[in-house]
Design a binder for this molecule. Structure first.
Ligand code: HEM
Length: 449
């Protein structure tokens, strides 16, 4: 096992590659991947590795998953307000929670969530008229928040109560992003006001979610077809135990965090890419006319909306909302690709980087849904395309997200065409998810009229 480091971009003394990263993380990582299947770089004293071969990724996420964890520092920071839900837990606790949460996303429950996605879309665009300009990023954020909230709480929770949870989660996400952004630059005590905001916000969120849980438990209502019902009645098949109120709270908050912005950004990029490729938008419209005519789509239509599915997959390839997985770290020294990787170093697995590798996606900067025609999709190796991650930490909501996004795409594209406003600047903003930096203002035109 070699003790030398894998190749990588040159850094500067003390700071290592921090200046390069500061100039743009997506660009830096894309360049780093050109150094090899395992490339290395440093952030201050910490050595980090970027994996860009499906084999190494499979090794870390699946074959030797027990040798790697999500970065404990990141888990602690997020856990302070998100608690110990699926995203922020590890080991036995994670495995148990995953078993309890997963059934809420089983196939047969999807029809109901699909109805919510279509109904919410129709309500949101009800007043839209040809010639109006809408910021599609803002619109998609609002829509997916509404969908996730209705799927979570069903109709048993008033709009007012759901809104309190939505606002509290959004506020906490902003504070948490600022803490991690400024945490690298200023001394910790300067961040105290932000930490206090986080504490206060968490109390507000806890009160709102706990009240909803208490009301639902007190009502004795059985399965109402929503995620909350599933969480409250979930039982561990080994010992029959269920989730405590705290666990239900943590998983609820996790679903709001993991399930809204990701889908919203995936859809926003899809609208942008469609606006730049009128021939694709045309073909999409033709499929919707043929399969649906004038009626709104349902989850049962999805197998026949093949091109719609290909368009969404290619949008996820081109601009994966989860552009990087949570950083992993080995729990002990390990060997990977002939190199010794020390315990505590950082391991980066980045869907964005994988999705733009020429060897798997020829001419990667070209938007081309035909890559996902069934016979061609079968040639793409697992982990070359990985918008939802992989292994036991793979997105638990992947099926939900795909169904929701395709139904939203179908509902809106059936009725409108979207053109980018000429003065709209388009750039990537890679924070927790890959957002558009300047919003996405688009002019709408009714298709039938
Ligand atoms: C296009 C939309 C989405 C994308 C691209 C996406 C992507 C991902 C990825 C890549 C991970 C793995 C992170 C890692 O391993 O570091 C993940 C985890 C997760 N996602 Fe999603 N997601 C999406 C939508 C959703 C939705 C709609 C929900 C719930 C309704 C959801 C719930 C979760 C949860 C709970 C986890 C943690 C799973 C675990 O660790 O066991 N996601 N997601």
């Amino acid at each position: 096992m070699a003790d030398r480091h894998p190749p990588g971009p040159k850094g500067v003394p003390v700071l290592g590659n921090l200046p390069g990263l500061g100039r743009g993380m997506v660009e830096f990582m894309t360049e780093t991947a050109t150094h090899g299947d395992i490339a290395s770089f440093t952030i201050g004293p910490t050595r980090n590795y970027l994996l860009s071969s499906p084999e190494h990724i499979h090794d870390v996420l699946v074959l030797r998953r027990d040798k790697f964890t999500k970065d404990p520092h990141d888990l602690r920071t997020l856990g302070r307000w998100m608690g110990r839900g699926l995203l922020t837990s590890e080991g036995a606790h994670h495995r148990r929670q995953r078993k309890l949460v997963q059934p809420a996303f089983r196939h047969r429950r999807m029809t109901g969530y699909g109805e919510i996605a279509v109904d919410s879309s129709l309500r949101q665009i009800e007043g839209w008229r040809s010639g109006e300009v809408h910021d599609m990023h803002h619109e998609m954020m609002k829509l997916t928040l509404n969908v996730v909230s209705r799927a979570m709480f069903g109709s048993g929770v008033s709009d007012d109560e759901a809104l309190k949870v939505q606002r509290a989660v959004a506020g906490l996400q902003d504070v948490a992003i600022n803490i991690s952004k400024f945490g690298m630059l200023v001394s910790p005590w300067l961040l105290l006001p932000l930490h206090q905001l986080l504490k206060r916000g968490t109390r507000v969120l806890d009160r709102a979610v706990m009240r909803i849980i208490a009301e639902r438990r007190a009502s004795g209502a059985e399965d109402q077809g929503d995620l909350l019902s599933m969480f409250l009645t979930a039982q561990d098949e080994d010992d029959g135990s269920g989730m405590t109120d705290q666990q239900v709270r943590d998983e609820t908050v996790t679903i709001f965090v993991a399930g809204q912005e990701t889908t919203a950004n995936g859809l926003t990029w899809a609208w942008y890419l469609l606006s730049q490729h009128p021939e694709v938008a045309e073909k999409l419209g033709a499929e919707l006319d043929e399969v649906l005519g004038d009626r709104p789509p349902t989850a049962e239509d999805l197998p026949r909306l093949r091109y719609t599915g290909m368009v969404f997959k290619e949008a996820l390839r081109f601009c994966p909302p989860a552009w990087t997985l949570n950083k992993r770290t080995p729990v002990e020294d390990v060997e990977l690709g002939g190199y010794r990787i020390r315990r505590g170093s950082g391991i980066f697995i980045m869907p964005y980087v994988m999705h733009h590798l020429e060897r798997y996606f020829p001419d990667p900067e070209r938007f081309d849904p035909e890559r996902f025609a069934p016979e061609r999709e079968a040639q793409i190796p697992r982990y070359a395309f990985m918008p939802f991650g992989g292994g036991e930490r793979m997105c638990v909501g992947a099926g939900f997200a795909e169904m929701e996004a395709k139904l939203i795409l179908a509902t809106l594209a059936q009725r409108f065409r979207f053109t980018l406003e000429p003065d709209q600047k388009v750039a990537l903003k890679p924070l927790v998810t890959l957002a558009p930096k300047h919003g996405m203002r688009m002019r709408v035109a009714a298709r039938s009229g």
